[in-house]
Design a protein around this ligand. Structure first.
Ligand SMILES: Nc1nc2c(ncn2[C@@H]2O[C@H](COP(=O)(O)OP(=O)(O)OP(=O)(O)O)[C@@H](O)[C@H]2O)c(=O)[nH]1
Ligand SMILES: [Mg+2]
Length: 300
């Protein structure tokens, strides 16, 4: 193909910085779940944007943490694999929160990888101009940063400008994905993630971090045109079960309503969703169970 350009661009940064929201804004589709709680993303998720003469493959990654569990180690490996061999690293920083020394250290680490590094300050819709100025000053002192963009994914501000700017880092001439592919993830994966997103939204404290979701059945009935989905919500402590269940089953019902809406939007068909709560004590600390729940190192 003449003059066709493609490439992989990794979105990295601290938990809750706004990476997944930015990915969804860049590709104008929701493929990665978003929540106000840190450590929402657990896997590397690709978001694909294809135009006549280019294909940009954005790689969403979990926020950088110091891993304390087997799941945390899996997440750390997802980040490593997400930035491996990419054409550009897009470091996403929460402009509302500001940049501290540990973040400068992290940006410096990514700057030393011999891969072009672009910094995106996001959430400018809720930033104080003084905070933003201070951040820009700190970043301007780092010579290895190729470019700095200020965007708001929520208000769709400067997203097109960023996407156009990132095209200069595309250097392959292969079309990696079909024109209508938007992600590498399966519908089953996205269903599990939508359920987990609603639990992150509705349940507090440690509960959502110890949640895993697996699918028992996912079948489409062509006669009724309804998807029949049966999924398990795995909790890591017996005491979490009544929280997810709620008083008189109120919480699980709400999770089911929100999740069904999200899944119907994604699949474009009616959905019948059954949810079951299962306890798997301390699963996040077991390599075996982490894999069983779907976080398989072979997918990295
Ligand atoms: N006001 C505002 N909020 C934003 C913007 N982008 C993201 N957020 C919010 O920031 C929170 C975190 O967003 P995510 O996209 O889940 O952040 P993340 O970096 O993917 O987080 P992890 O997956 O945990 O690493 C959510 O509540 C988003 O709605 C933005 O441009 N403006
Ligand atoms: Mg995320």
């Amino acid at each position: 193909m003449d003059n066709f350009k493609s490439g992989f661009l990794a979105l990295v940064g601290k938990p809750n910085a706004g990476k997944s929201t930015l990915l969804n804004a860049l590709i104008k589709q929701k493929v990665s779940i978003v929540s106000p709680k840190p450590q929402t993303t657990r896997n590397k998720v690709l978001g694909i944007w294809t135009e006549k003469d280019c294909q940009m493959v954005f790689v969403d990654t979990p926020g950088v943490i110091r891993p304390k569990t087997a799941l945390g180690r899996y997440m750390e490996k997802s980040i490593d694999s997400g930035v491996r061999d990419v054409d550009c690293i897009v470091y996403v920083s929460d402009g509302h929160k500001g940049i501290n020394d540990s973040e400068i250290e992290l940006i410096t680490k990514y700057g030393s990888k011999n891969i072009p590094l672009v910094v995106v300050i996001t959430k400018t819709d809720i930033c104080q101009p003084e905070t933003l100025m201070k951040e820009l000053e700190k970043l301007n002192a780092l010579p290895f940063i190729k470019e700095i963009y200020c965007v708001s994914s929520r208000k769709n501000k400067n997203i097109t400008l960023l996407k156009e700017g990132l095209k200069k880092y595309l250097c392959d001439d292969v079309k990696y994905f079909d024109d209508d592919d938007v992600t590498d993830k399966s519908q089953r994966f996205l269903v599990c993630e939508i359920i987990r997103e609603k639990i992150l939204l509705l349940c507090d404290n440690e509960v959502p971090h110890g949640i895993g979701v697996t699918i028992n059945k996912m079948e489409f009935n062509p006669l009724t045109k309804v998807w029949d989905i049966d999924a398990n919500i795995i909790v890591e402590k017996a005491s979490h079960k009544p929280i997810v269940l709620g008083k008189g089953g109120k919480m699980i019902k709400q999770i089911g309503i929100y999740a069904r809406e999200g899944i119907e939007k994604m699949l474009g068909e009616k959905v019948y969703l059954s949810l079951w709560i299962k306890v798997k004590e301390d699963w996040r600390n077991s390599d075996f169970m982490v894999k069983e729940i779907g976080y398989n190192k072979k997918d990295l």
